[in-house]
Write a protein that binds this ligand. Sequence first.
Ligand SMILES: *Cc1c(COP(=O)(O)O)cnc(C)c1O
Length: 400
Amino acid sequence: MTAPENPTVEEQSALHAQTRAIRGGRGGDDRSLAPVLWATSTFWTRTVEEARSMATQAGAERFYSRYGNPTVRGFEDLVADLEGAEAARAYGSGMGAVSGVVLGLCSAGDHIVAQRQLYAATQLLFQAVCPRFGIDVTFVDGTEPGAFAAAVRPGKTTMVFAETPANPRLDIIDLAELGAIKGPMTVVDSTFATPMLQRPLAHGVDLVVHSATKGIAGHNDATLGVVAGSRELIDWLWGFAVLQGAAASPFDAMNATRGIRTLPVRIRQQSETALVLATALEARPDVTEVRYPGLASHPQHDLAARQMSAGGGLVTFDVAGGLEGGRRFVESVRVAQHAPSLGGPETLVTHPASTTHVNLLPEELEANGIGPGTVRVSVGLEHPDDVVADFEQALTAASR
Ligand SMILES: *Cc1c(COP(=O)(O)O)cnc(C)c1O
């Protein structure tokens, strides 16, 4: 009698994502349940022919780790599977992935249509770096129906770039509308949703990008990015990635594969707690606005309900006391902690107007959806009652 093997591709694809997250990315025929760490930068080859073939083959995983690595490949295959993609490529950070996609696929003379409300570093890449390379970028309000398509210049626009839910006000972009755009390549940064809440490729989008540093790895112990899409596009991206050099660390990829084992249950719990917290915040007189895709008061609640399976773990709200109130709030939380990043087990709060976006003018802050009292929350895995009680005491302290 022979021991049962890992499920075949056919068997595996019939299972739910929650089940596939448990076994996916377990490469080869080894018997290890946990992801195996290949902490090597290089591999020896028997013949010159073998080395020649691997040096020129997209994603070769046993040649040199900037080209590919078995631990990293396990992570890439798992993300590709969860996104319903043919292939994926991991990077040393989310920005490694974003810049790899933009600079790897666009050339001087090209035109990009991008959403105005974006992760700050992505926005800077479009605003400050792209023009230096002769790439023209038009920013649009992605929540306005048809705005992306209307800004496309036929024959000139090569990429349309969106982020949903968007940082920091959790604007929702219509994925079906993006996927229907023909001509330019469509790219979605889906970091806030993770592959558990939405799958942009299923709507016809060409590439999905993640900062896996966030919810995918999910434990604040990895700095990692990933892009998923067709085999052809990922192979093309690989050609630039080996020159760009933002290669994923095998250790971080191992942590991320382990993190994905619990991604479905983490996202479910975080969405549940976030809804409880958002509802409690909405009832407070010292909170002027609450933004959460799972709340009926979110301006795009219906769209969110159509394309996302839950609201996710991010909540954004405005403290009535403005700049001083927001600052005092983030300094008064005790269960939550004041720190950047998101998607981990700890509830984290940030006050963009006095930290990450302190150099912006008031009108620039407004264009970015940031008010003086805006607080962004990444809901963690603590007991919901403890999180709500903590926010209530911190709000009371902030309004004193
Ligand atoms: C964090 C983040 C990034 C950048 O990822 P890093 O891993 O920090 O480089 C890009 N997009 C979004 C939406 C993010 O939250």
